[in-house]
Design a protein around this ligand. Structure first.
Ligand code: EPZ
Length: 418
């Protein structure tokens, strides 16, 4: 248990390099065992979720060495086909190992994944796609047993552009006979970097970033050297923090194109933003105007992961705005906590209406999940006095040293480890 202490009132100034992307790292780590190969993966963030993926890789027989921001993975010896429940429950991305194990070993024994409780989060799209490629799957309670003599190509139409299902299919299809076409695929930047990684190991994949991804097996290579892109949600978090507190910061390391929708809203709210490639400069007076409606959507729409973050940045904005969450059924659990600071937000179903208030005051909050926790730290930066965020390790699952980063920009944040 950690308690984040945040003393509000400081404006943010300076420059910082954004961490490597959590959501790009996790599928690449799972993909590292699809072929017997040695991978040097750079710009990997130090996160609890990355630790969980490394534990799974080691359990499955891979050699993993860590360097500064790097992982060296040797999957030539990977042979195990079962992941214990406790490792599966550590995060949602553990489910991506289903495609990796089926591709590598033709068998996978696992259980339902864990991760942030944002709604039902079924894996029906993952299972039906594996079945379409010829896997036999039996489910007993939360246990899942998948087996395939030989996977074959398939035409897979996703009823929703699920990020995880698209990634799982890409991994399994690398070892399938023939051509696999995913239509209605997720278009997130993480899908593009996964294609780049798999192709660097000899896979034949095209179309990532569009809604149609085509995989035609692979001519496996034995080694690769791959760099993870910067984290667009971590960058959006720092941009929103500066917007809300006021100040001027320069972010480097995350492509601005990858979080343009967030920058668009910050600009509409009154921030001056200059961006080019992976450099973003934000200037804010700290007195924002409420922008138009914020509706979350699959990429390139507004990211659901930034919804709690932008909400927190707008708590003292002039005027009011509507927020509509379309991806997850239960992604407003941070709202009742933000109200303890004096925020004025009303939720009804998938819609929240925020009315800016003049002032927020410190209080004790409990983090319900990763992005909700980060949103509370951000709101605490704008509140009078001290805010305490009780966090069961959610924030460290997705942010590398967020406290140090904010302090380096002039904030007063410290963590009490209990
Ligand atoms: C990824 O989760 C991200 N996680 C999430 O970020 C992100 O919120 C989400 O994509 C949406 O952008 C990682 O990349 C590790 P989905 P994922 O499958 O893959 C439904 C964070 O904070 N669905 O695209 O689990 C599902 O219930 C995390 O970093 C099915 O119905 O998301 C949800 O409503 C939180 N059946 C929607 O699709 C399925 O088989 C989107 O889920 C799969 C998904």
């Amino acid at each position: 248990m950690d308690i984040w202490h945040v003393r509000g009132g400081s404006r943010l100034f300076g420059s910082c390099r954004v961490q490597g992307s959590k959501n790009a790292s996790l599928p690449v780590l799972a993909a590292s065992m699809v072929f017997p190969a040695r991978s040097l993966i750079r710009n990997v963030p130090r996160l609890l979720d990355v630790d969980a993926a490394v534990s799974i890789l080691s359990h499955l027989g891979c050699g993993v060495e860590r360097g500064e921001g790097e992982l060296y993975i040797d999957s030539t010896g990977a042979c195990a086909t079962q992941i214990p429940r406790e490792l599966m429950e550590e995060m949602r991305s553990s489910v991506i190992f289903m495609g990796a194990m089926l591709a590598r070993c033709g068998e996978a024994r696992l259980s339902l994944p864990g991760g942030c409780q944002l709604g039902k989060r079924p894996i029906d799209l993952h299972l039906s796609a594996m079945r379409a490629m010829g896997a036999e799957i039996s489910e007993e309670g939360s246990d899942i047993f998948c087996r395939a003599e030989k996977l074959h190509g398939a035409r897979i139409e996703l009823r929703f552009p699920s990020v995880g299902a698209t990634e799982n299919i890409m991994l399994a299809a690398c070892a399938a006979e023939g051509r696999t076409t995913i239509s209605g695929a997720a278009r997130e930047p993480e899908i593009v970097s996964l294609q780049q990684y798999l192709c660097s190991l000899g896979a034949h994949i095209t179309g990532a970033g569009s809604d149609t991804v085509v995989i035609c097996g692979a001519s496996p290579r034995e080694e690769t050297d791959f760099t993870i892109p910067g984290d667009r949600i971590a960058a959006a978090t720092l941009a929103c923090a500066c917007a809300a507190t006021g100040g001027q910061i320069i972010l480097s390391g995350a492509k601005s194109d990858h979080f343009l929708t967030v920058l668009h809203f910050l600009n509409e709210a009154g921030c001056d933003i200059i961006h080019f490639n992976d450099i973003v400069e934000i200037r804010s007076e700290g007195r924002l105007r409420a922008p138009g409606s914020i509706v979350t959507a699959p990429y390139p729409g507004f990211p659901t992961d930034a919804q709690p973050i932008l909400t927190a940045a707008l708590l003292r904005a002039e005027g009011s705005c509507r927020i509509i969450e379309t991806i997850f059924e239960n992604r407003y659990r941070h709202i009742s906590e933000l109200r303890r600071l004096g925020a004025d937000i009303r939720v009804s179903g998938s819609e929240a209406v925020l009315r800016g208030v003049k002032e927020l005051h410190g209080a004790t909050l409990t983090a319900p999940d990763l992005r909700g926790g980060a949103a509370m730290v951000l709101a605490g930066l704008c509140a009078k006095g001290e805010t305490r965020v009780i966090d069961a390790g959610h924030i460290a699952r997705g942010y590398e040293d967020l406290d140090d980063t904010l302090c380096a920009l002039g904030a007063e944040v410290w963590i009490e480890h209990k």
